[in-house]
Design a binder for this molecule. Structure first.
Ligand SMILES: Cc1cc2nc3c(=O)[nH]c(=O)nc-3n(C[C@H](O)[C@H](O)[C@H](O)COP(=O)(O)OP(=O)(O)OC[C@H]3O[C@@H](n4cnc5c(N)ncnc54)[C@H](O)[C@@H]3O)c2cc1C
Length: 494
């Protein structure tokens, strides 16, 4: 058979939301797909763990997108599994609770008029520096200070950001801020909290959708559709990809190692990679230059330890999320899964709290044993937050996740450009997803990128790399968003 007639076979590396979305779009159109993942579950970072019937995401995952076509796709996929969750987010800062998004009235109530005066003065100073004298924004700290002034930056952004990233904010790129909170300036905060004037087409989101039995149901639903679409399609778990050989345009051999250690190779006409961009060049043949290898090695991630504390108590908090700034508290964020969906606990007279401990493999937090992490979190909950009594704890479960947060250091853009330049020579190789493009994607971004990549492989003229690049606050909905093409769904092709 010559190349022109070779049957399309797309090998997808990673069964997280991005890989499965690509596979979903392709398989419903009849393209043969094989999805490989090193984990023994589908979902990647969107996994929902279960311990004695208590379900928990790695940190509460909400479904939210500004793209109404994607929302419609999501509703069709999840059908009657969706529950609506009211959003109440707060920040715990030096013993006080502050609403998030920040409200000026709430800051006055908690911190007093003196703090607000400081916030006002430091904001005016930064407005003068950045808006009038056009001071350059070089890093994450500058970006926050330019938007909020030094005092509010110090209260609400510095300590939490440094906990998440493990680096001082002046060593991190400003890009993260522009993707996450551009548009949420002090003026939006004042408008929201003082004037309460929400225009018709703009509002901070206050409710979101969630799958009743945990977020992993989204990737699981996509995986179900992929294998149902054709007996030829496969999702192979416990399959760690170790090598990708490029034989020529649209001709690859992907090698993976199964649970029993046996190595296998599968041929592909197209390869879709959602494995970390810093890893991919190091397993490609022909291999890259040392310069590209160095760039790939230095693209780093933050890792995560998730703790689920099970409690003999029917409810602890009112929050959807609570952000914990204080450095002496081990975790940076917590949520109560039962507040999201009652189905997350097996016994309604009990509840659970999920705590996110941001860390880097090998650091002092990672080196703590599971027992030490659990005990320390219970102590912090009891003694520092006053949320629980240690006698109420029934049990706890710990999950360690690698490569949870792609770090945007000051040189990350150059490194990505060098890697992409090298990868560009492989016709038929596509990168997508959070680790796959080293982009701070939410799950909806990874899914949207994946669906669009599927369409691109099907021959449509779409730019899937355009997703999650707009420099605006992700939580402001606006009716001015561009309407994208409809995504393909099963109903349309059956
Ligand atoms: C604590 C936390 C909270 C979050 N909250 C939200 C939220 O509220 N809302 C939201 O939308 N998003 C949230 N996210 C982000 C969301 O989890 C990610 O955007 C999403 O999982 C990215 O999907 P992906 O497919 O791009 O990558 P991943 O989920 O990382 O999937 C990549 C897959 O590739 C596999 N892989 C890697 N290397 C190999 C290899 N060599 N061989 C085989 N397989 C390999 C991995 O095992 C993994 O399954 C959160 C993330 C975290 C960590």
């Amino acid at each position: 058979m010559d190349d022109m007639n070779k049957k399309e076979h797309v090998v997808i590396m990673g069964a997280g939301p991005a890989g499965l979305a690509t596979g979903h779009e392709l398989s419903v159109s009849g393209v043969k797909v094989t999805v490989l993942d090193r984990n023994d579950f589908v979902g990647g970072l969107c996994n929902t763990n279960e311990h004695n019937g208590y379900k928990f995401d790695l940190g509460g995952h909400r479904w939210f997108t500004k793209n109404e076509d994607l929302n419609a796709w999501f509703r069709r996929l999840m059908k009657d599994e969706i529950v609506w969750v009211e959003r109440i987010s707060r920040i715990y800062y030096d013993g006080g609770y502050y609403t998030y998004p920040i409200s000026i009235l709430n800051v006055i109530k908690n911190a007093g008029i003196f703090t607000i005066a400081q916030a006002g003065i430091t904001y005016l100073l930064s407005a003068l520096q950045y808006s009038v004298f056009n001071k350059r924004i070089n890093n994450m700290k500058d970006a926050y200070v330019a938007q909020f002034g030094n005092k509010l930056y110090d209260m609400f952004f510095r300590r939490y950001s440094e906990k998440v990233w493990g680096l001082p904010c002046d060593k991190l790129s400003a890009d993260w801020v522009s993707q996450r909170s551009a548009g949420l300036s002090i003026w939006t905060v004042i408008q929201e909290s003082l004037l309460k004037t929400k225009s018709d087409n703009e509002s901070l989101i206050e409710e979101f959708m969630y799958p009743r039995d945990g977020y992993v149901r989204i990737p699981q639903r996509m995986a179900e559709d992929i294998v149902e679409a054709s007996a030829e399609n496969e999702i192979l778990l416990e399959s760690n990809i170790t090598h990708i050989k490029y034989n020529g345009p649209n001709d690859f051999a992907v090698t993976y190692q199964g649970a029993n250690g046996e190595k296998k190779t599968v041929d592909a006409t197209k390869v879709v990679s959602t494995i970390p961009l810093g890893v991919l060049p190091r397993i490609m043949e022909p291999a890259p230059s040392q310069d590209v290898i160095d760039a790939a090695r230095s693209l780093t991630f933050r890792d995560l330890i998730t703790v689920n504390v099970i409690l003999k108590k029917d409810r602890v908090s009112i929050d959807t999320w609570l952000y914990v700034q204080d450095e002496d508290i081990l975790f940076g964020r917590l949520h109560e899964p039962k507040n999201w969906s009652k189905a997350m606990v097996p016994d309604q007279s009990t509840t659970s709290l999920v705590l996110e401990c941001f860390c880097t493999k090998g650091d002092h937090i990672w080196q703590m044993t599971d027992e030490e992490v659990g005990k320390r979190c219970v102590e912090d909950l009891e003694q520092k937050l006053g949320f629980i009594d240690a006698s109420e704890v029934i049990d706890f479960a710990i999950v360690r996740s690698l490569q949870a947060y792609p770090v945007y250091d000051l040189e990350y853009g150059d490194k990505i450009a060098r890697i992409n330049d090298y990868l560009g020579q492989f016709e038929g190789l596509h990168i997508v997803g959070r680790g796959g493009t080293h982009r701070y994607n939410n799950a909806d971004h990874s899914i949207e990128m994946g669906l669009l990549l599927g369409r691109k492989i099907l021959g449509y003229d779409v730019d899937y790399m355009d997703v999650n690049t707009e420099p605006e606050y992700h939580e402001i909905k606006t009716s001015k968003d561009p309407q994208r093409d409809f995504y393909r769904v099963e109903e349309e092709v059956s």
